[in-house]
Design a protein around this ligand. Structure first.
Ligand code: MG
Ligand code: MG
Length: 262
């Protein structure tokens, strides 16, 4: 993590816009491939091939695990149901009707990173799962609305937490959004909770990866002892995750890779 907030030039933001446009296209194609019976290993292989075709490099593959050699093996993070983030894709993990799967995808393009995630339904899902996905997506939209020069970093998390808790769900504390640029993770950290009006003041040229993680039950997290990566809800409740990279502009913000949609 780069421990200062690096401002990006318009040319750098242009590259990051293109990186996120590639991710957006791949997530659109993955959405069509998410169905009962497909393995997360197949989704991973598809994503990696598409990134390389586009001239990019998978950003998560080989990401170091606290220096112990257990580097992340996948191109995507594939987190199913009670898995929150950092699920490890596998040819042994098959999607079932009614699952929800968060797919997180990062790429490096011409020296700069893009990072975005969406949660998808596998076939027909429960009403609660649908509402969790809708609330999480809406919390991201409200978070992005806070991105403008003069606002502060904690205004983003305040918007997420307030809305999510009004809807009866909870936000994860252990994982946060981040600055992004020539490094995947830069300052500032962007929590999805907390009081407003604190932290760094947003300035034109910052690029932020904003990524609410919302649990249907309590906020507590447990880390998988099996793979050392997968974070899941402690109470076994469902979790959803959406992420976009956003540039602060002179008069507001620009969502990189294209506008938020439903
Ligand atoms: Mg991500
Ligand atoms: Mg991220």
């Amino acid at each position: 993590r780069v421990s200062r907030t690096v401002l990006k030039s318009p040319a750098e933001i242009g590259i990051m816009d293109e990186a996120n446009r590639i991710i957006r296209g791949i997530l659109d194609d993955l959405e069509e491939r998410v169905r009962p019976g497909v393995t997360t290993g197949e989704l991973d292989a598809f994503a990696e091939a598409r990134i390389r075709e586009a001239g990019g490099v998978p950003a998560f593959k080989g990401y170091p695990h606290r220096g112990d050699g257990n580097d992340f093996p996948g191109t995507i993070c594939a987190s199913i149901n009670d898995e929150i983030v950092h699920g490890v894709p596998s040819h042994h993990t098959r999607l079932d009707e009614g699952d929800v799967i968060s797919i997180d995808l990062g790429i490096r393009l011409n020296g700069y990173f893009g990072d975005s995630a969406r949660t998808f339904a596998v076939g027909k899902i429960s009403g609660e799962a649908r509402r969790l996905m809708d609330v999480t997506r809406e919390s991201l939209r409200l978070a992005v609305d806070q991105v403008a020069p003069g606002n502060r970093v904690s205004d983003i998390g305040f918007a997420v937490q307030t809305y999510v808790e009004q809807q009866g769900f909870s936000v994860v504390r252990e994982f946060v959004g981040h600055g992004i640029g020539a490094n995947l993770h830069e300052d500032p950290q962007i929590p999805n909770f907390g009081a407003p009006g604190r932290g760094l003041r947003l300035t034109s040229g910052m690029v932020l990866a904003i990524e609410p993680m919302v649990n249907a039950g309590g906020p507590d997290v447990v880390l998988s002892a099996d793979d050392g990566w997968t974070a899941r809800t402690k109470d076994g409740s469902l979790s959803a995750h959406f992420e976009v990279s956003v540039a602060v502009t002179e008069d507001g913000h620009k969502v990189l890779g294209g506008p938020l949609t439903d």
